[in-house]
Each structure stands twice: as structure tokens, then as C-alpha cells.
Design a protein around this ligand. Structure first.
Ligand code: PGA
Length: 261
């Protein structure tokens, strides 16, 4: 796990966009895994800027989103479909046919989830998966207790997550109670993973998944078993890490080495 600790949200977003744009430039037909929530908005803004000002080309990119609220259609302003199009896809030259987001209105959910997994495989697997983390340590909607080998499926949201996501809705009762989400096992098959977190509210979850035991109670902790994870967090999110200075030291060493090579 490579851990980069940055000053604030802006720096986190710029660094994340740099990594994603490098992936796109190196492999223009990359398969990218995207996330929603407050965390990646700045990253998407920066990617839009790179497209407009630097010609970053999304035309051959394929995307898969982590999750979608069950019961919300693509036109619902709080759906993750809506989020992705309004924050990123509407502003870059992506081919909408290559965009995949779980269908919150799927009639046969089990069949849909199976098909979603097959589509990821057919595309050649995800080259780079972007992730946030919940205060309860979740990745995507894999809430505490989710199997660490889980696949795409219907899940119920934890109470903490419903409360956290209520800020996007008029009232807490409006937050859907279910979602379709990629599983931990699905996420673990991505070739590279980029996890972002900012703010003090995430500091317990960050410390637990990086320095705690691997446990289904903190589903992000399974990332300790992944061979290529980059974590970019701000100082506030990093504040409860015991070995913070060590991670900074390692990151500095690698940065110097990369400058020389
Ligand atoms: P947030 O959500 O980016 O809105 O904090 C992250 C998550 O729940 O994975």
C-alpha cells in the first residue's frame, strides 16, 4: 500500500486526477472504476478541466460504477447515474455506450448483478478502481459484516450510512434503504486501486483499514491483501494513523526515486 498524505481536499483531488489521467494517457482504452459521494467530486472537476484545457481523451474509455441506490431511476437527481453524468460524463467526450452503472430499477436483481459481473470480465477487468471510504469503513456499499469475497448484489444500508447520505436528500426518510453494489471480491479483482479520504470524520476508518486487522467489520481492510493500492488522504483523515511519519518518509523516498528515473 502506498500512502500519500496531503495538505487538503484540493491537493488530494489534483493528485488523484493526475493518477487517473496518467492511466488514460498510457492506455487510452482503459477500463475505469468510478465512485460517487462527496470525496471524488474535486477529482472529477479536475479531470473535466484536463479534458477541456489539455485534451485528455475519454473517447475509448470504458467505465463501471461501484454502486447505485435500489429504487432510484437514472433521472432521479440523487441517483448515482445522475451524479456521474452531471459531475463528469456530460462534460467529457465519453461514449455513453461504454458507461456502466448498476440499474437501480432492475426487475430481476440477481440476474442483473450476474450480468454486471460478466460485463466487467468481458471488458477485460477494471484497470483502475477509484474508491472512497465510509465512516464505518465500507468500500462501495459493502457495509460491516459483508463477506470479504462478496460479488455484485443487493445490500441493505447501515444506519450510519443512511445518516451520512441524508445530506444529499431533503430528509433522512428519503434515503433509499437498499443498493446494488459491487462486492469486495469484485473490487479486489481491479488491477489497481486508488482510495481517497479527507476530513477528520474519516480518521477512525482510515486508521482501522490501514493499521487494523483484516476484518469484515471494516470492509476496506481487505485492501491490505491487494498488490497495488494507492491511498491519498489529507492530514485530517490521517490524524489517527500511528505510523504517519513512517508513511510520509516512505512516500518521500519513492518520490525522490521517481524524480531520478
Ligand atoms: P463520501 O462517501 O465521499 O460522501 O464521504 C464515501 C463513501 O461512503 O464511500
Amino acid at each position: 500500500m502506498r500512502i500519500t498524505i496531503v495538505k487538503d481536499y484540493d491537493e488530494m483531488s489534483k493528485k488523484a486526477a493526475e493518477i487517473i489521467s496518467k492511466q488514460i494517457r498510457t492506455k487510452p482504452d482503459s477500463v475505469l472504476g468510478f465512485a460517487t459521494g462527496g470525496t471524488p467530486i474535486g477529482t472529477y472537476k479536475e479531470l473535466v478541466r484536463m479534458h477541456k484545457e489539455e485534451g485528455l481523451d475519454f473517447s475509448r474509455i470504458t467505465t463501471f460504477n461501484l454502486d447505485e441506490y435500489y429504487g432510484l431511476g437514472p433521472d432521479h437527481p440523487q441517483s448515482y447515474h445522475y451524479f456521474m453524468f452531471s459531475n463528469l460524463f456530460n462534460h467529457v467526450n465519453i461514449d455513453p455506450k461504454r458507461v456502466h452503472i448498476p440499474d437501480g430499477l432492475a426487475k430481476d436483481v440477481e440476474a442483473f448483478c450476474k450480468k454486471y459481473e460478466e460485463e466487467i470480465k468481458k471488458a477485460g477487468g477494471i484497470d483502475l478502481q477509484l474508491l472512497g471510504i465510509g465512516r464505518d469503513g465500507h468500500i462501495a456499499f459493502n457495509e460491516p459484516g459483508s463477506s470479504l469475497t462478496s460479488r455484485t448484489r443487493l445490500v441493505a444500508l447501515a444506519e450510519e450510512t443512511i445518516k451520512d447520505n441524508a445530506r444529499f436528500f431533503e430528509k433522512e426518510e428519503d434515503v433509499p434503504r437498499f443498493a446494488i453494489t459491487m462486492g469486495c471480491g469484485t473490487i479486489m479483482e481491479a488491477k489497481k486501486i486508488l482510495l481517497l479520504a479527507n476530513g477528520e470524520a474519516k480518521s477512525d476508518a482510515v486508521a482501522a483499514f490501514i493499521e487494523g486487522p483484516i476484518t469484515s467489520q471494516i470492509t476496506a481492510s481487505i485492501l491490505q491483501m491487494h498488490p497495488d493500492v494507492t491511498v491519498i488522504i489529507d492530514e485530517a483523515a490521517a490524524s489517527k494513523l500511528k505510523r504517519k511519519e513512517y508513511y510520509k518518509h516512505v512516500d518521500r523516498l519513492f518520490r525522490d526515486l521517481e524524480k531520478k528515473t
